[in-house]
Design a protein. Structure first.
Lengths: 207, 161
């Protein structure tokens, strides 16, 4: 049987994880004012919320970080003492590829929803929640399944600060249906920071 | 301390309004500053040899969170500091390289007031180079409904992004 047509058991097992929080973890470091300034400087963002303490005090009850920096606070340092394994982002995505035997994957969509403001000094926590896994679909890339994964972020008071929602498409290239299982694909393994065009061979997909 | 007046309130805006364009020259520095500020250490965002030889691109290129930060800046340049982003959705179509002049454009797609009284503007945004759209973004941003309102004061069930 071709892995792209994974048996009903595997699909049912995977779908049993819908709604179940996985991979809960804390950030490696607190939210930093210095990164806020570095980000604003990089894109020449002069919003006084990030530069003028009085405006921040008046409008947001003190300094906050730009909302779109949500995922920044979870990217690990390039190196850390004693670390032996690379920390992979979006583990649920890679789990699905492996369990469903789909060697290729692309991210088709990325939505961020912002709740409580993130503030310097916050220590955020994250968890990943699978929201859905589609039936088999045939697209121009190949045959596979779409899935939606939410990454939830909360602060040290357990207040929701934001959700990143990713739509992934895991697939087997048209013509590769008979190819051996899993692990084969290296292309199309975008992490949340990929910055990449929406094709499997596009720049930025493979680290 | 003088109270900060809203730059823009909901009544100033109509569906179909266009935001002023923003032009920015992209250099290697733009790409690297953004990659490091977003803690994206992967080599195709700072090492041209790697980008060319391993990724097959013509140069290093802007990473997604950096583009998100450009879109955020573009929206809040227009709304002023009272503007509070509720939701953004990105779609990357092609890469942006040093030497490109990127142009951000936007138009108002929707205006609404939700059942908590919060004023919302829907925006369709694009980032293009030489007329080719490289990324699209839809955003939902809250702005004050009047001079006394401030969306940042909303919490919990009063905030429905």
């Amino acid at each position: 049987m071709s892995p792209a047509q994974s048996g009903p058991d595997v699909v049912a097992e995977v779908r049993a994880l819908v709604g179940v929080p996985q991979y809960e973890e804390a950030g490696e470091f607190p939210v930093e004012q210095g990164y806020v300034w570095s980000m604003c400087a990089a894109v020449e963002n002069g919003n006084p919320l990030f530069w003028d303490e009085d405006v921040a005090a008046e409008l947001t009850g003190g300094p906050i970080a730009p909302p779109t920096m949500l995922s920044v606070w979870f990217r690990p340092h390039h190196w850390a003492p004693g670390r032996t394994e690379e920390r992979l982002p979006l583990r649920v995505h890679f789990d699905l590829k492996e369990r469903l035997g789909l060697p290729e994957a692309v991210m088709t969509d990325n939505t961020m929803t912002f709740h409580e403001p993130v503030r310097p000094g916050d220590v955020l926590r994250t968890r990943q929640i699978l929201r859905s896994v589609s039936d088999l679909k045939r697209t121009k890339l190949g045959t596979g399944r779409f899935w939606v994964i939410d990454v939830e972020y909360a602060n040290q008071r357990s207040e929701l600060v934001g959700i990143e929602s990713y739509t992934g498409f895991g697939y087997r290239r048209a013509g590769d249906e008979a190819e051996a299982v899993a692990g084969a694909g290296t292309a199309g393994a975008p992490g949340p920071a990929s910055g990449a065009p929406g094709t499997a061979s596009g720049p930025g997909m493979a680290p | 301390m003088t109270a900060t007046e809203p730059v823009l309130v909901l009544g100033d805006v109509a569906e179909g309004d266009r935001l002023p364009s923003l032009q920015a020259a992209v250099t290697a520095t733009t790409v690297v500053l953004g990659a490091l500020a977003t803690r994206d250490w992967r080599p195709m965002h700072h090492d041209k040899d790697f980008a060319v030889n391993r990724n097959g691109t013509r140069d290093i290129f802007l990473n997604t969170p950096n583009q998100a930060a450009w879109f955020e800046r573009y929206v809040t340049d227009w709304t002023g500091p009272h503007g509070r982003l509720g939701r953004v959705t990105f779609r990357m179509l092609d890469s942006v390289f040093p030497g490109d002049t990127m142009v951000l454009d936007g138009a108002v797609s929707a205006i609404s007031v939700d059942d908590t009284g919060c004023g919302w503007i829907g925006l369709d945004l694009t980032l293009s180079v030489g007329g080719d759209v490289k990324s699209t973004c839809t955003a939902r941003v809250a702005v004050p409904v009047d001079d006394g309102d401030n969306p940042w004061r909303r919490r919990l069930e009063q905030w429905k992004p």
